[in-house]
Design a protein around this ligand. Structure first.
Ligand SMILES: Nc1ncnc2c1ncn2[C@@H]1O[C@H](COP(=O)(O)OP(=O)(O)O[C@H]2O[C@H](CO)[C@@H](O)[C@H](O)[C@H]2O)[C@@H](O)[C@H]1O
Length: 516
């Protein structure tokens, strides 16, 4: 299926009508808003408290960046890690049980920088060892449908003003499948509060058995094909897409890709319909202000453009910490969840080329057990040249971005990707597949290297181009400086969100007038 992109519309071969995707708005943030709007973010992870991937970074950074314009607060489940984070929690509200969704309390946590986080306290659902979604050994929590229905119902009750927390949002912004029921419960309660649902990764859909409908207090209409029904199941992700006032995803290219069979994970038809109605946008993610190579306290030594001694100090740390030989060879890095999406198998395929050309490879990540084992095996094959740390470690991640020459991201698909933005900021040139947000945030030959096919050959070609640049200090320095200057900061990326919120709130006001 060929796609031609033309001024914000996409054409799915010539026989089908053009469908409009909301073009990426180019807007200035207004310097002063007449009034800050109250916005509730609903999320299942947040970097300050608990993180498994990029969703946590966005959930932590976007509300803070938007905080200059609006009163943005966050709602998150009270996992053990959240309750034990050391931040004081004050109970401010409570909610009753419904169907098989247990009662809970709402705590308020005030972060030192002023961000207000509402914590859902429900010990039987959230207080256990493991991560937000499972036991950490590859097993999802069997009660995930109830756990995340509880979160979504709480958000809807806060929006309805029935949670007694003395703060009622004017707009609710939910993220990914765990929060997909939020706009749905809001709809079934008859709320007119607008909602935004952001897809960070369409492949994770939260598909559950139809028989759970009553347990989750879902009305019969939920089972319709235009609603939550998805191949005989109920999809929590599809609920978000179906009931939200507007759906966004995290890059313009991914917004187009998910309307195609190749990337649509079975939801492409539904998403095409949303796109046709002007209800689907792609808004590129940003990074927070802590990504500052000169002053980042995590680094062994800071550095700035063209002053590469600090970068070399971080590289020396990485080599030592990972057990690589101490030399000045091209250092390639992987900082990634080790899952199929990220194309780690392709990196295993180019490792030989890297080593044969005198390079080194340091891998930091965790994920699917069989990929972890393949990575370990690769490191055993090339001692001193390839090394792997299986785990999740923010300090080493930052030092790897700072110390490496190149970051490998051969993703099969990538809704946005943050690691390539972090890497560019720290003068590590990404080598990535031209897909999703990677295509939108890397300039081939200028700030990194892009390749087209999901194949080792296509990838190897990009790696060889990078190795050639490494031989040319003048060109390498030029690309590094350009990459460092990209600065995809949230402060530049919030304007489209603000515009969307204002649009929805405007529409909402009109509807309210029409009805009253
Ligand atoms: N072992 C490790 N130790 C320390 N840190 C590690 C780590 N492995 C990964 N990380 C960190 O986790 C984050 C990963 O973010 P990404 O956006 O690259 O991918 P992810 O697939 O999780 O996110 C999904 O959501 C985000 C947010 O929208 C989209 O950008 C993305 O495309 C989509 O797949 C980065 O902060 C990275 O540094």
């Amino acid at each position: 299926m060929s796609i031609a992109v033309n001024a914000g519309s996409i054409r799915l071969n010539k026989t089908q009508p053009a469908i409009r995707l909301t073009p990426r708005p180019v807007l200035q943030v207004r310097s002063s808003h007449s009034e800050k709007k109250k916005i509730l973010f609903v999320t299942s992870e947040l970097t300050d408290l608990i993180k498994t991937g990029g969703l946590a970074d966005v959930s932590a950074a976007l509300p803070r960046a938007l905080g200059t314009l609006h009163d943005v607060r966050v709602l998150i489940p009270g996992y053990t890690q959240v309750l034990r984070s050391g931040h004081a929690i004050r109970v401010v509200g409570s909610l009753g049980a419904q169907a098989e969704i247990p009662a809970c309390r709402i705590g308020r946590m005030d972060m030192p920088d002023g961000l207000i986080i509402y914590v859902l306290i429900c010990p039987e659902l959230y207080e256990r060892d493991g991560n937000p979604y499972g036991d950490g050994h590859g097993n999802d929590w069997p009660d995930n449908p109830v756990r995340f229905a509880r979160l979504c119902l709480a958000a809807a009750e806060i929006a309805a003003g029935t949670a007694c927390i003395r703060w009622t949002p004017e707009l609710v912004h939910a993220h990914d499948w765990p929060t997909g029921l939020t706009p749905a419960y809001m709809h079934w309660r008859g709320l007119r509060t607008p909602s935004v649902f952001t897809i960070h990764n369409l492949a994770y859909q939260g598909n559950i058995d139809m028989s759970l409908r009553r347990a989750l207090a879902l009305p019969h209409e939920a089972c319709g094909v235009e609603r939550m029904e998805f191949y005989g199941k109920l999809s929590l992700l599809k609920a978000g897409i179906a009931y939200a006032s507007h759906v966004t995803t995290v890059s313009a290219t991914y917004a187009q890709e998910i309307t195609t069979e190749e990337f649509g994970c079975g939801m492409e038809g539904f998403l095409r319909m949303k796109a046709r109605q002007g209800l689907l946008s792609g808004l590129l993610n940003g990074i927070d202000e802590s990504w500052e190579p000169q002053s980042d306290p995590h680094l062994v030594r800071g550095f700035s453009a063209c002053d590469w001694q600090g970068k070399a100090a971080n590289a020396a740390y990485v080599r030592q910490a990972f057990g690589l030989e101490a030399d000045a060879s091209p250092l390639f890095a992987v900082v990634s969840r080790l899952v199929q999406q990220k194309g780690i198998d392709l990196t295993l395929g180019v490792a030989e080329t890297i080593v044969a050309n005198g390079g080194q490879l340091a891998i930091l990540g965790q994920g699917e057990p069989h990929i972890e084992e393949e990575v370990r095996e690769l490191a055993r094959r090339y001692p001193g040249r390839v090394a792997a740390h299986i785990g999740f470690n923010e300090l080493d991640a930052r030092r790897l971005f700072a110390g490496s020459d190149f970051l490998l991201m051969p993703s099969r698909y990538e809704p946005c990707g943050l690691s390539q933005m972090y890497a560019q900021r720290y003068a590590s040139l990404p080598i990535a597949r031209r897909t999703g947000g990677l295509a939108d945030s890397i300039e081939d030959g200028l700030t990194g290297f892009l390749f087209d096919q999901t194949s080792v050959d296509s990838y190897r070609h990009a790696v060889l181009r990078a190795l050639e640049i490494h031989q040319r200090p003048d060109l390498l320095c030029g690309m590094r400086c350009r990459a460092m200057a990209t600065g995809f900061f949230w402060r530049h990326a919030i304007a489209p969100y603000d515009h969307l919120y204002q649009q929805l709130l405007g529409v909402h006001r009109e509807v309210a007038h029409a009805i009253s």
